[in-house]
Design a protein around this ligand. Structure first.
Ligand SMILES: Cc1cc2nc3c(=O)[nH]c(=O)nc-3n(C[C@H](O)[C@H](O)[C@H](O)COP(=O)(O)OP(=O)(O)OC[C@H]3O[C@@H](n4cnc5c(N)ncnc54)[C@H](O)[C@@H]3O)c2cc1C
Length: 287
């Protein structure tokens, strides 16, 4: 007789749910590289990357500074333990070291006529003339008020159809706060020109700031960066990957038939596929 416990343990086995198969992963950014690495323990995985380099937006360049080479991350830069528990566990597993980052924020407007940084009083008044500018003091008071009240405001208003511009107008943000703080901060976080960041969805803006503790004036999360740059974890992940990586292999077309899923240029059908990228891409590829 088969006990229900035995059955339950068999049913929970990933091998039963999805027996060993051939799987394509399209795109070798962190999402694809991590999925491919996890799947390659139990399946035959081919990781397709259109570029000659793996890592996608995790990319590090060497820049010569004062006669020595300095690794500089051009995409992914920082993380923290609180918001990135799986990523932190992945780094621990791969034995990739990280180090604290100072994650500073500074604004320079109108060709340097108005400048400040978030590094204490000396940063806020780095331009000493700001001590005498009522507009600067007003902006600092507005920042404190905005950070204290925005979460309650977002809970009592429906943000689902609002842009960041709508939110700032509805909240009654002053021009100084908007131009001198919120827009530069949002533009820096989302690597977006200031003119375009006003169209950003208000709900996503509030959720991101709240999740990442950015509305807090104190006890913000401690941001960390990968020692040696993000290419170090990309290389570690790739070294642990047991499948095959095809660089310079742009997937043009994916299709389903009775035998399985076909990726253009593959000679045999696959059992599954993961396309870890922005949603429009698989729709474009699927035929
Ligand atoms: C300037 C900047 C700074 C950032 N800073 C941070 C930060 O500090 N912290 C943070 O958490 N996040 C940061 N991010 C965001 C982070 O880098 C991304 O969220 C993350 O790297 C996305 O990884 P991904 O694997 O989902 O996509 P991607 O890295 O975009 O990877 C997708 C891969 O798919 C490949 N591909 C696409 N189409 C095909 C195809 N048809 N065939 C084959 N291959 C294909 C692409 O070449 C690419 O390699 C930053 C982003 C930018 C741009």
């Amino acid at each position: 007789m088969i006990s229900s416990r035995f059955l339950a343990s068999k049913l929970q086995s990933p091998d039963d749910l999805f027996p060993r198969g051939r799987i394509a992963v399209i795109g070798a950014g962190i999402s694809g590289a991590a999925a491919a690495w996890l799947l390659s323990d139990r399946h035959d995985v081919v990781l397709y990357e259109q570029d000659q380099r793996i890592g996608g937006h995790a990319n590090t360049l060497d820049v010569s500074m004062d006669g020595r080479e300095q690794p500089v991350d051009t995409g992914f830069i920082v993380f923290n333990d609180h918001n990135y528990p799986h990523f932190t566990a992945l780094l621990d597993h791969l034995r990739v070291a990280s180090q604290p980052s100072d994650m500073s924020f500074a604004v320079s407007l109108d060709n340097g006529r108005m400048e400040y940084s978030g590094q204490g009083l000396s940063g806020l008044f780095a331009q000493r003339r700001n001590l005498l500018r009522p507009g600067h003091w007003r902006m600092l008071m507005d920042i404190v008020q905005f950070y204290r009240q925005i979460i309650a405001f977002s809970q009592s208003h429906d943000l689902s159809h609002m842009t960041l511009h709508d939110l700032l107008v509805r909240f009654g943000c002053s021009a100084g706060l908007t131009r001198g703080h919120i827009l530069p901060m949002a533009a820096a976080i989302w690597s977006t020109p200031i003119e375009q960041v006003l169209d950003f969805p208000a709900a996503s803006f509030v959720r991101f700031f709240e999740n990442h503790g950015l509305f807090k004036l104190r006890n913000r999360p401690r941001w960390r960066t990968i020692a040696g740059g993000s290419r170090v974890y990309v290389a570690a992940l790739n070294a642990a990957f047991k499948g095959e990586t095809r660089k310079g292999a742009r997937v043009l077309n994916i299709a389903r038939s009775e035998d399985g899923i076909w990726v253009k240029a593959e000679a045999a059908p696959l059992n599954a596929m993961t396309v870890p990228c922005w949603p429009a891409m698989p729709i474009r590829l699927w035929r």
